[in-house]
Design a protein around this ligand. Structure first.
Ligand SMILES: [Zn+2]
Length: 206
């Protein structure tokens, strides 16, 4: 699959989830048996760990379809990057989706916690990673500030993935993978995608 056809399949799956959230996910015992031999997920998703945002469900996918990495606020660290590298290089997953969501508690916590206040070494690490998005949205009106910070945090996570991994950056520049941001609406179930970053290698014919 190409990065664009992967995104198309994700959009189709999300449309099914929006219109028919009760529809059973495409999981069969035959497919489960087949997958015991190996996996070729058609997309990788880095999403927030929030219980309301399970990528396999919101994209209406089955076993073996998505390579999913999750952390609060979809913050990257080395384990996250190594996982995404594995999916891209070894499993040939053609697209990396960085998905944030409406009312993200991690972004809200970064917004509400002064930088000088410590909440413990691990949470401090998480909030520090999100804080640039909060700073960038500081001038927004109160009513849209959280949403703008969440969108900016998706953009920051996307840049962190590309800049934090020489391997993924090279694969992106060589046109082997694409990256795209996404925003999930809790109530409607709808996923909004940003413009995908997909490069065509110089001299390539397609
Ligand atoms: Zn969240």
């Amino acid at each position: 699959m190409t990065p664009m056809s992967s995104i198309g399949r994700l959009k189709d799956g999300n449309a099914t989830f929006v219109a028919h959230p009760e529809a059973a996910l495409p999981i069969t015992s035959e497919r489960r048996m087949e997958l015991a031999k190996g996996q070729t997920p058609f997309a990788s998703v880095l999403s927030c760990a929030d219980s309301r945002v399970p990528p396999e469900v919101v994209f209406h996918t089955g076993l073996g379809d998505l390579f999913v990495v999750r952390a609060a606020g979809q913050v990257t660290d080395r384990s996250v990057l190594a996982s995404l590298e594995y999916a891209a290089e070894h499993l040939h997953s053609p697209i990396i989706v960085i998905m944030g969501h409406e009312s993200c508690g991690a972004v809200k916590a970064a917004m509400d916690t002064p930088a000088t206040k410590s909440l413990g070494v691990n949470l401090d690490y998480l909030l520090k990673s999100i804080r640039p998005a909060v700073t960038a949205s500081a001038a927004e009106p109160e009513s849209s500030r959280l949403r703008v910070a969440i969108l900016k945090n998706v953009e920051d996570s996307l840049n962190d993935v590309v800049e934090g991994s020489p391997l993924l950056k090279k694969m992106l520049n060589d046109g082997e993978i694409g990256v795209v941001g996404a925003y999930y609406e809790l109530g409607s179930g709808r996923v909004h995608f940003s413009d995908a970053v997909i490069k065509t290698p110089a001299g390539a014919h397609k």
